[in-house]
Design a protein around this ligand. Structure first.
Ligand code: ZN
Length: 434
């Protein structure tokens, strides 16, 4: 019996609102590549899925990198001579350059300006900046606010710590009927930014919840990691089990109003590449396909030459290509429940298709089997073409050689995957394919 599709009876509209609610819960937390903001985020995820939280000590060597010192922050501000906080971390965590070292001193306006960042073209927005691998400090402000600074001296204070500690990440392994794995990876290191990447976190959590409630051929591994150093660390610690990974997706920027974008794996013709492209084509909505390029998110690490895993990146508008990117305008209004619902629906369809995309072998490959005696023959129609159902049966019989997946057959026959899948189930029941 064919299992029920993953997307039957799923309310995407409701899921879109649920995900938006979860994003608002995560939004205020000051995250970074290490530290308590990450732990707090992972503990909120753990309330929804049984996440394993892993801690990797500072100084651990991971390929060419080293796990950095852990960063934490409790407060930061710039005060004017009257003692008024004119830049306040407590109003927005974007105000502090992420990973700033502690500082407390009186500075001239000139010195302060060397540590201030703004976006002149978007004068009302606060930029997001970090200094992960160079010890420095700074503040981010709207350009309007920067232009108002006119006092001679200011008091700056960043109550942060940068000390030996841990890099924290979350992993959820969902066992299926086989050890073959689908990897779903998303980054958790950005502070109050919604599309990049609370949207990816919310979609990954919803997918994990949904997939855990249905039968699965594949096992699924969900990774919630700080970008770059997190995936490098995970790959370094799990090199021995990478051969189980048959397909993978990096999830990022999935809640903006733009169209869906898929960035292919480095291989370019992996099954995941074909499946995502097919699902997007069938959605009837706009989409864009990009070839692999070696910058962006953690697909860079999964697709590094020694691993070359079949992992693509699923987004809406890619990083850097929407004006709100890495600014305070990537907020709760920018991500929309409808866009989250649409991304979720496409993800579910992608995994549904991967689950169904089997390669069969014809058990009667010497000439066509006699379909009539099995009740599988339908008379020709008036145009003397076989009806679609019959055509699908013939295509499956001809291409079921163990090499062609059902999607390969659908694409070559120019018949829908559903029709080919139906034909395969008919032939399976008749014992003609295995
Ligand atoms: Zn980013």
């Amino acid at each position: 019996m064919k299992k029920p599709d993953l997307d039957s009876f799923f309310d995407y509209v409701e899921a879109g609102h649920e995900m938006h609610k979860f994003i608002s819960e995560l939004y205020p937390i000051c995250r970074s590549i290490t530290g308590n903001g990450v732990r707090q985020t992972l503990s909120l995820i753990k309330k929804r899925i049984p996440l394993e939280i892993k801690e990797v000590p500072t100084g651990t060597k991971v390929f060419d990198w080293v796990v950095p010192k852990e960063w934490n922050i409790s407060d930061a501000y710039v005060k004017d001579p009257k003692g008024k906080r004119i830049i306040d971390f407590k109003e927005s965590n974007l105000h502090v350059v992420n990973y700033s070292v502690p500082v407390r001193k009186r500075v001239s306006l000139g010195e302060l300006m060397e540590h201030l960042f703004s976006i002149p073209e978007r004068p009302a927005w606060i930029p997001y900046r970090n200094s992960f691998y160079k010890e420095d400090w700074g503040f981010c402000v709207s350009h309007n606010q920067l232009l108002e600074l006119s006092e001679e001296y200011y008091e700056v204070c960043i109550e942060s710590s940068l000390e030996d500690g841990h890099l924290t990440y979350g992993e959820y392994y969902l066992r299926g009927d086989t050890d073959e794995e689908i990897l779903i990876s998303t980054h958790i290191c950005h502070p109050s930014l919604c599309n990049d990447n609370l949207s990816g976190i919310a979609i990954a959590v919803s997918l994990a919840q949904h997939l855990s409630s249905v039968s699965r051929r594949y096992s699924y591994r969900f990774l919630f990691l700080p970008t770059t150093i997190g995936s490098i660390t995970w790959l370094a610690l799990n090199e021995a089990r990478l051969s189980n990974i048959k397909h993978g997706l990096v999830l990022a920027c999935l809640g903006d109003p733009g169209i869906s974008t898929y960035k292919r794996s480095r291989r370019g013709d992996a099954e995941i590449d074909k499946v995502v492209e097919y699902v997007l084509k069938c959605s009837g909505r706009g989409y864009k396909i990009l070839n692999f390029y070696p910058f962006g998110y953690d697909e860079r690490q999964y697709c590094s030459p020694a691993f070359d895993l079949p992992v693509g990146c699923f987004m809406r508008t890619p990083n850097g290509q929407f004006p709100e990117y890495h600014t305070s305008a990537d907020n709760l209004d920018f991500v929309q429940p409808g866009a989250l619902a649409d991304s979720m629906e496409k993800c579910v369809k992608i995994f549904d298709l991967l689950e169904d995309n089997v390669s069969y072998v014809n058990q009667n490959p010497k000439c066509e089997p006699q379909l009539g005696k099995r009740g599988l023959y339908q008379p020709l129609n008036r145009k003397s073409e076989p009806p679609l159902e019959q055509l699908a049966v013939l295509w499956v019989l001809n291409l079921a050689d163990g090499d062609h997946s059902l999607l390969d057959i659908a694409l070559q026959a120019n018949v829908s995957f559903e029709e080919i899948n139906r034909a395969a189930h008919t032939l399976l029941q008749a014992g003609l394919i295995k």
